[in-house]
Design a protein around this ligand. Structure first.
Ligand code: HAX
Length: 435
């Protein structure tokens, strides 16, 4: 270790221990409206943001403009011909407008995005300059940044725009960006995994159907999965890392490309969106180490305990807000029951669901032992042959654009101010408490 590094860890370790002790002994003391523990624990539960598109209840799960996931199934009845899954166009309309779309509204949105979907060539050139081994999420954010040359908001601000008009170029950027993301994501996928054999868009298809087509998956069932997937991953109120980042960066009047690229860097973290990739890695290494495709519940329990004893988290389990099984997990389970009830890996996910919660609960510190959205998504993709788990978070990112960018339009209409919470030092807290 270099000298500075050594000195740093020697200095920091006792302070980290002392800080933990401070939280333990003084955690309940008030610092204005909040307690010491609130301030140290990632602002969990603090009401400090306005997000109109969705609201999360700890026990019930997410509601999009008042509609829970099961209620969406009953109300978003805008299916492609022969289909039975909700369409991402419809959830975007609901989040942006606050009311359910008609079939015509959904069709108009499909057409609108198809018209806006052309990606300038320089974006592909930027991607081609990256090593193919670059993580797909890094390629995704790089491409979004390269696309920022097209920002209508940045151009309008530069030439001078009245703040009352900010919403207009923001809306244009939001719609253009959403329209172009599937093409970018599909390009990254085919570039890395399919030897650069790219597939032209089919403008006659819906947004998700066209995405599935460009990825190279033309089965009707896979495009139905994409419709469901892109709908349920779209929003989770405003405090999660990707939504909050979009709002925070956008609050500096950074344009939607800059704000969304920043958000995707947050989604790429293993405690957030990257968990979908980690779940598959974890499941596969469990099966490999046990030399079986269908481990028993006893074998799973042993493997879970081994994971915990190595100081690792069980990916796909736990949540900062939810305190029950994520309804997005249940919704994907429903899809699997309808389409692939005998799949080995899917059945393993269902067995893990029975085994993990009591083990996590027994640790006495995990606030939510139940599965989140990421615990199920990967095995559905694997079933249809999309085996490249490093790419899964990109799919999440394409979907997350719908919610966070609809919210950014609202931020502009509402004239949301720059975000600037107050921070203090541990020394300040100790002085305040006389500790
Ligand atoms: N496995 C093992 N330990 C876990 C755990 C899990 N799945 N979930 C929480 N814990 C631990 C925490 O690491 C923490 O331990 P320490 O006190 O030793 O640091 C303790 O339990 C308390 O944590 P918590 O208050 O219950 O959870 P947080 O709000 O701090 O964190 C996380 C929420 C989602 C980050 C956490 O549950 C986790 O790491 N889960 C696994 C990763 C994951 O699935 N992430 C995806 C979440 C959903 C999402 O955003 N999708 O995009």
């Amino acid at each position: 270790m270099d000298t500075l590094k050594n000195k740093f860890i020697e200095t920091a370790t006792p302070i980290a221990i002392e800080t933990k002790e401070l939280i333990k002994t003084k955690g309940n003391e008030q610092l204005g409206t909040y307690t010491v523990e609130d301030v140290y624990s990632g602002m969990k539960g603090m009401i400090g943001l306005i997000t109109e598109t969705s609201l999360l209840d700890s026990n019930e799960g997410i509601r999009f403009r008042g509609y829970s996931i099961p209620e969406l199934r009953d109300n978003l009845q805008h299916f492609v011909e022969g289909g039975n899954e909700p369409m991402p166009e419809a959830i975007f309309y609901l989040m942006l407008m606050g009311k359910l779309p008609s079939n015509e509204d959904v069709q108009n949105l499909t057409n609108n995005w198809a018209r806006r979907s052309i990606v300038p060539n320089h974006v592909f050139k930027v991607l081609d300059a990256l090593p193919k081994t670059t993580h797909p999420m890094t390629q995704f954010t790089t491409a979004i940044m390269a696309l920022q040359t097209e920002s209508v908001f940045a151009a309008a601000y530069r030439s001078g725009i009245n703040k009352k008009e900010y919403w207009d170029p923001t809306y244009e950027d939001v719609m253009n960006l959403i329209a172009r993301l599937p093409r970018i994501a599909a390009y990254i996928y085919r570039r890395i995994y399919k030897n650069d054999q790219h597939i032209e868009p089919n403008p006659k298809l819906d947004w998700a159907g066209n995405f599935a087509h460009m990825l190279g998956y033309d089965s009707f069932e896979f495009s139905e999965l994409m419709r469901l997937y892109l709908t349920i991953h779209s929003d989770h109120e405003g405090g999660n890392v990707s939504a909050h980042t979009t709002h925070l960066v956008g609050s500096a009047l950074s344009d939607p490309y800059l704000a969304f690229a920043a958000a995707m860097n947050g989604l790429a973290g293993p405690l957030h969106g990257l968990a979908n990739q980690e779940v598959i890695r974890w499941l596969e290494s469990m099966c490999e180490s046990l030399q079986t495709k269908r481990p028993t519940k006893e074998q799973i329990a042993t493997y879970v305990k081994q994971t915990l004893s190595e100081g690792k988290v069980v990916p796909g389990y736990g949540h900062a807000v939810l305190r029950k099984t994520d309804p997005r997990f249940t919704s994907q389970m429903g899809f699997a029951k309808r389409h692939m009830p005998d799949d080995d890996m899917v059945n393993t996910v269902w067995n893990v669901y029975e085994v993990v919660p009591p083990i996590l609960e027994s640790l006495g510190k995990v606030k939510n032992p139940w599965p989140n959205v990421d615990a199920h998504s990967g095995v559905l993709l694997k079933h249809y042959g999309m085996v490249e788990e490093d790419f899964y978070t990109v799919l999440f990112g394409v979907s997350r654009a719908l919610g966070v960018l609809a919210s950014l339009c609202w931020d502009r209409v509402l004239g949301s101010p720059i975000e600037r919470p107050k921070s203090v030092t541990t020394e300040w807290i100790k002085q305040k408490l006389g500790a």
